[in-house]
Design a binder for this molecule. Structure first.
Ligand code: BJW
Ligand code: ZN
Length: 276
């Protein structure tokens, strides 16, 4: 592992910083990651539910998965990693940009200024109409009566039947799922699923920020770096004169490349030490 003092020296002589965050940043707040041990919901791979095909086939199942994640997120608190990034954002202003793949709202709740934060994969608390595409923000929990099983809490040690693959999925008629108040179309979570385009305007703004002045450091935090275009930002940085700094619990993470500074551990603990 690299020396923390080496990062402090680098930080002092680095005016512009880009951060790319993934699920590992929110892991110690209690939000599951996608791949590896935490990536199963019931017996489904989380990534297999994050597709337009899964929603088309079984919107009730996909809604239960997202309604449960909304509930878990609302119970969770931002951690030291979110707070350290928010403090860096306040200190550096427009010379810092944080691209998060996380759809949770823990950056915002840690006080991260919105102008230096971009949610690449959308936001868990946005509802998007599948028909007219209108988007609405709500933290209602439960989101609607039919999704209430996803918002139940159980005493420690008790199994939540929604999470137990042996329990049947509660049957929910499509008509009882969230619907658009404007056109009546079915609403879906306002997130970006596999095969869907990220917001083009946001990507152009990010490119303009990167191209405006040299970026000195790219911080790659708690991500497996397997999903594009997010993973491409560090790859591009390595071809330029930018130092890539990886923070990950996994010492063998594929997110790190030779030449990077690599910090192995919990982002919630490492980021406050690195960004102090
Ligand atoms: C800790 C820790 C702790 C744990 N502390 N660390 C170019 C090449 C190849 C393929 C493509 C390409 N361009 C596009 C594609 C297709 C596709 C893609 O990338 N596929 C790859 C998987 C091969 N990309 C897309 O489809 C994107 N759309 C697009 O590009 O449109 C144009 C296009 C389409 C088709 C073809 C070509 C072009 C859209 C991607 C949308 C991803 N959506 C999801 C779901 C979002 C909604 C939701 O949250 O439910 O985003 S999938 C999921 O993966 C989620 C995450 O944001 C994303 C990344 O995962 P992340 O955050 O890295 O989590 P994990 O679990 O993978 O890793 C956690 C890490 O943390 C691990 O490393 C741990 O070790 C670590 N960790 N605890 C520090 N405490
Ligand atoms: Zn609509």
């Amino acid at each position: 592992m690299s020396d923390i003092a080496a990062f402090h020296t680098l930080l002092q002589r680095s005016p512009r910083i880009l951060a790319i965050c993934g699920a590992g940043l929110s892991a110690s707040s209690g939000l599951p990651t996608f791949r590896g041990a935490g990536g199963l919901w019931r017996n489904y791979e989380s990534t297999s539910l994050a597709t337009p095909g899964a929603f088309g086939r079984d919107p009730a199942l996909v809604w239960l998965f997202y309604a449960w994640r909304r509930h878990v997120c609302l119970q969770a608190d931002p951690n030291g990693g979110h707070r350290a990034l928010a403090a860096l954002a306040k200190a550096r202003g427009s010379d810092f940009l944080c691209l998060t793949q996380n759809v949770d709202n823990l950056h915002e709740r840690a006080g991260h200024p919105p102008d230096t934060l971009r949610h690449l994969h959308g936001r868990l608390f946005d509802l998007k109409c599948s028909k007219c595409k209108k988007t609405a923000y709500t933290t209602d929990d439960p989101l609607c009566p039919a999704l209430a099983p996803a918002s139940k809490d159980f005493p420690a040690g008790d199994i939540n039947p929604l999470l137990d693959p042996r329990s049947p999925v509660p049957p929910i008629p499509t008509a009882e799922l969230p619907h658009c108040p404007s056109c009546g179309g079915i609403q879906r979570p306002g997130v970006v699923w596999f095969g869907e385009n990220l917001d083009g305007r946001m990507l152009r703004e990010v490119d303009a920020w990167i191209d405006a002045k040299p970026v000195d450091i790219v911080l790659v935090i708690g991500t497996s770096s397997v999903v594009y275009p997010a993973a491409g930002y560090a790859e591009r940085a390595r071809t330029r004169n930018t130092k890539v700094v990886t923070v990950n619990l996994d010492p063998d993470t594929e997110a790190a490349e030779p030449g990077d500074l690599v910090y192995v551990g919990d982002a919630a603990e490492l980021l406050p030490a690195l960004l102090a």
